[in-house]
Structures are given as structure tokens and as C-alpha cells.
Ligand binder design. Sequence first.
Ligand code: C2E
Ligand code: MG
Ligand code: MG
Ligand code: MG
Length: 290
Amino acid sequence: HAKNSGRSAHVAFAPHMREDAAKRVQLELDLRRALERDEIVLYYQPKVALRSGQVIGFEALVRWKHPDGEMISPAEFIPVAEETGLIRDLGMLTLRQAIRQAEQWRRDGILTDEMNVAVNISGRQIGDKGLVGFIRDQLQESGLPPHSLRLEVTESLLINSDTTTGEFFREIKALGIGIDMDDFGTGYSSLSYLHRFPFDALKVDRSFVQRIDQTEESLSLPRSIVALGKALGMRVLAEGIENMEQLTQLIRIECGYGQGYLFSKPVPAEEVPEMMRHLDSKMRTELMAS
Ligand code: C2E
Ligand code: MG
Ligand code: MG
Ligand code: MG
């Protein structure tokens, strides 16, 4: 929306726009400060094998604990970080934190060799030439094996797929790090991208899972995505599973993996061991009941 602001700078803002702009500027200032203090933390949500209930890894999700006590959602501040270039520092901070945490969990025996920790990467971050080198250095410094780290990207990244995107993929794969496609089915990308970019998993967007009910019709899209993923040798993970009905149906259409409040909400790192114990006993009860 701010695209023409140079030309139309003399046009007065409507009151609500001025308010929005002021809010934006305040948010940017706050975020700058937050990055320097300890206000940015990662929460972790388990990724689960649907049939067995076994945890296959965790997704790191950034949280901003504002000093006034409020928790600010990434949906609110990631766009601001992208527009202001702060995403570079934010991205390095989350990658460093997630890599450190993953290595700690490996040492504690919480993260086995088959499990990984996934970090979200936005399109604006991969334009940064230094990103791949930074990840390589962080892995080396921490001792975390590359297969224990995952990156998640969305389809929007592929739309402007210039050489940068291709290079990023090649370099990340060459390091031995897997890449998952996030929010699959919501973007505008064509299926041909799936051949060009070797994803390890497709994450079926939450909106498809939310629509699942008793009807066969509600299953047709998830079923097609599962078949597509399998045909291309990718894992398929359903996002946003909230109830047993969705889980049962997803197992029925042979979706292998999932994530959602049914298993656990994202929790702070220190609560992960307790969450795992709770999940384990919960799944055993559910499986016995079904
Ligand atoms: P995403 O990567 O698709 O993450 C999934 C979102 O769905 C998370 O929201 C998660 O808390 C939420 N979720 C998980 N299970 C359920 C469920 O059962 N029901 C419902 N209603 N929601 C569920 P969150 O944490 O608010 O993150 C929103 C988005 O912000 C993420 O979407 C991701 O695109 C972005 N994001 C989060 N952390 C980072 C980060 O460190 N870096 C970047 N670049 N983006 C991030
Ligand atoms: Mg994600
Ligand atoms: Mg997603
Ligand atoms: Mg999303």
C-alpha cells in the first residue's frame, strides 16, 4: 500500500491511517529494542507420526514477550520485521536459539537422530547472501548435525523464484539440511515448482484440516495432497489438527504426520520434556480407546 507514497506524500492521511502508521512506527521501535534484550523467545510444537503418536520433531515458533506483559503474535510483527529489514537480525536470533536448543536436547536424549527441529524462514531472509554461511557456522559451532535441523518456507517464496531461490535451495541441501513446504495449498504456486524444488515434506495448510468433517467431500483435497506428496517421494504433514475426528480421518486417508493443539500447543523449551511425557500417556490412552 505504501508503494506510491513518494508521489502522494502531500495527500493527507485519513485519521485511521495515521493511527495505523503511528502504531507501525512504534512497533518498529519496540521490535528494535526487543532484539537487543531478551524479549524474543522460541516456543516449540511437536510434529507427530499420526498412527503411532510418536514425536518426529518440533517446530520452533517465535514469540515476543513485550515488557508490558503482552505476548505479541508473529503474524503481527513478522511483516513489520520484513518491511523494515529487521527480519535479518530476527532470523539470525531464532536460528541461533533453535540450533543451540536442538543440540542441548540431543545431549539430553530428548532429540533422537530421527528427529529434527524446524525453523521458519521468510522470503525476505533468503535474499540475504550471508544466511547460508551463518547457518553453516552455527551448526559447526554448536556441533548439531545438519539432519537435525529443518527449514520451512512458504509457496510465496517460489513465486519470485529467481536465481536466488534456486541457489538457496542448492546450498541448503548441499549442507545436508532438509526443507519443508509450509502452508501448502494456500499460495499461488504451480505444481511444477515441486519438481524444481526438492522439498522433504509438504505441510498441508490448517484451513484444509479445519474443513474436515464426516463428508467424503471434505477429504478430497487433503487426500489429493497426500497422494501428490507420496508420488513425489515427500512426507505429508497436516497442520492444525485440533480434534479426534480430524485425526481419525487423516489416518484413514493415510496422511503420515501431523501437528496441532490436539497433541500440544507450542510451549517454551523448558516445558518440552513434561509435554512429551504428557503426550505419550495421552496417545497411549487414545490409541487404546480407538
Ligand atoms: P506457520 O509456520 O504455518 O505455523 C503454524 C501456526 O499455527 C503457528 O502460529 C501455530 O501456533 C499455529 N497452530 C499450531 N497448531 C494449531 C492448531 O491446532 N490450531 C490453530 N488454530 N493454530 C495452530 P504462530 O506461532 O502464531 O505463527 C504464525 C506464523 O508466523 C507461522 O505460521 C510462520 O509463518 C510465522 N513465524 C513463526 N515463527 C517464525 C520465525 O521464527 N521466523 C519467521 N520468518 N516466521 C515465523
Ligand atoms: Mg511453519
Ligand atoms: Mg504452516
Ligand atoms: Mg502460516
